[in-house]
Design a protein around this ligand. Structure first.
Ligand code: BJ8
Length: 441
């Protein structure tokens, strides 16, 4: 057996070979034939979207491996943890406070699907005209190709968009109540929801959340977010040492990977990025056009728009999404003394998330304007997953703000399928030409 070797790796378990993996999937009740198809589709797509890049940091191999391990070695780690009495809950949104679950010894497993392969398997239960993120997630569960289906005490939803809320109802999934507005009474409701979440997590694990445990988990989650901030901070440079595609991969993997292993891999990548920055090594050929990617999340498996942009001479230098800045922008203060103070601070940290599920959501526009300035983006690529009404309708107001700032934007509404990839590329190339000609005006 090969050992799982991270430089300063922790939570190390023996690496499973192929037949051990198949045995594990069989024991989990998965459909091996369909799962093989899913893995084949994911790996073919990954080669196409990521492996054409010639100037990737060497440390990206850690994240490539973590991506490929998400249905294998990571599952084995969680299985091992659960066999030892560990508890876990499945989640679908970055609104669920990891710090609290961690302090109660409960592992959160993000379940959002990014694979186009599984979307049609959702037809059995869900309408076709809802967002591919929801359909991909439940398509995997319904086709018995999701290894996490039985690896948790329960899945935990949240009251964000209508597609998710009604799906929770359909499948009998409990949900945290995320308010729809951000007034003081909404904040109070959210603090009480976070408190209820803590009690639920204590019940799940039989472990009391103490001041010390919560302080430790706040520190650890902050550490992970700071690493993401630092990695992405290098994208401010004129010659970014990491591409948008790879920065997205790091963020996608951050949601699934064991937190200690992620911190360790992130530190290794940071060291290399520092060196590349010192030597002015870019991840891109030539100058390109600096763009901000804004919009719906890109869960693991989905990188079509990043691929189309970066194979067309655009350089994505920042991601305004839940698989980008929205996930790591805000930290929780570490110097608090009581449980109540900590819970309130955690609730406030998550309440800053500027999801279009809120009405109004004007802080998102201010945040986007700041990111454009900070990362010197010349343009915005606005990606909206088909049927996501919140992001799609909000795009109108965002466009207005961008026009006022004289920032060109391109809106791409699409699903997870591969068919429109080339068409999107043509639009990206035309967009790049427009921005280049604007430069010469
Ligand atoms: S905080 S963006 S992770 S809800 S893309 S399922 S909104 S129809 S994912 Fe999200 Fe939390 Fe908001 Fe972020 Fe619905 Fe839109 Fe689909 Fe979405």
């Amino acid at each position: 057996m090969i050992l799982y070797t991270f430089k300063k790796g922790v939570n190390v378990i023996d690496r499973l070979n192929q037949s051990e993996l198949r045995e594990m999937w069989e024991d989990l009740g998965m459909n091996l034939e369909l799962h093989d198809q899913l893995l084949e589709s994911n790996s073919r797509l990954f080669k196409k979207t990521h492996l054409w890049q010639k100037k990737r940091p060497a440390a990206m191999k850690l994240f490539d491996r973590a991506l490929h391990d998400s249905h294998g070695q990571r599952v084995a780690e969680i299985l091992d943890y659960r066999k030892g009495g560990g508890k876990s809950v499945g989640t679908f949104c970055i609104y669920v406070p990891d710090e609290i679950a961690m302090a109660a010894n409960v592992l959160t497993i993000p379940l959002c699907g990014g694979s186009g392969w599984s979307v049609s398997y959702a037809d059995e239960m869900l309408p076709r005209d809802i967002c591919p993120l929801v359909r991909s997630t439940f398509g995997m569960a319904l086709s018995e190709t999701c290894p996490y289906k039985t690896l948790k005490e329960y899945p935990l939803g949240e009251t964000t968009c209508d597609a998710k809320k009604k799906t929770w109802d359909l499948f009998g999934i409990p949900a945290m109540e995320v308010p729809q507005k951000k007034n003081e009474e909404d904040r109070k409701l959210w603090i009480s929801e976070v408190t209820t979440f803590m009690k639920d997590m204590e019940k799940v694990s039989g472990t009391e959340v103490t001041v010390d445990k919560l302080r430790d988990s706040i520190r650890k989650c902050n550490r992970k977010r700071v690493i993401l901030q630092q990695i992405n901070g290098f994208r401010r440079l004129k010659t970014p040492p990491i591409s948008g595609l790879d920065a997205l991969l790091v963020s996608q993997v951050a949601l699934n990977m064991d937190i200690d292993n992620f911190i360790s891999a992130g530190e290794e990548l940071l060291e290399e990025l520092m060196e590349r920055a010192d030597n002015d090594v870019s991840a891109f050929d030539g100058d390109g056009v600096r763009v901000l990617f804004a919009g719906t999340p890109s869960p693991m498996g989905y990188a079509k728009v990043h691929w189309a942009a970066e194979t067309s001479g655009l350089q994505i230098v920042a991601d305004e999404s839940c698989t980008g800045i929205r996930y790591y922008r805000d930290l929780v203060p570490e110097d608090l003394d009581t449980l109540d103070e900590m819970i309130e601070a955690i609730a406030d940290r998550y309440f800053k998330i500027d999801c279009p599920c809120f009405s109004p959501n004007t802080e998102r526009f201010d945040n986007i304007a700041d990111v454009i300035d900070e990362f010197q983006a010349e343009a915005v690529v606005h990606n909206i997953l088909q049927f996501c009404h919140g992001f799609n309708i909000e795009a109108g107001a965002l466009d207005k703000m961008l026009i006022e700032k004289d920032i060109p934007s391109l809106k791409i509404v699409c699903d997870y399928s591969e068919e429109d990839g080339e068409q999107i590329k043509i639009r990206m190339e035309a967009f790049r030409e427009i921005i280049e000609s604007k430069r010469n005006r």
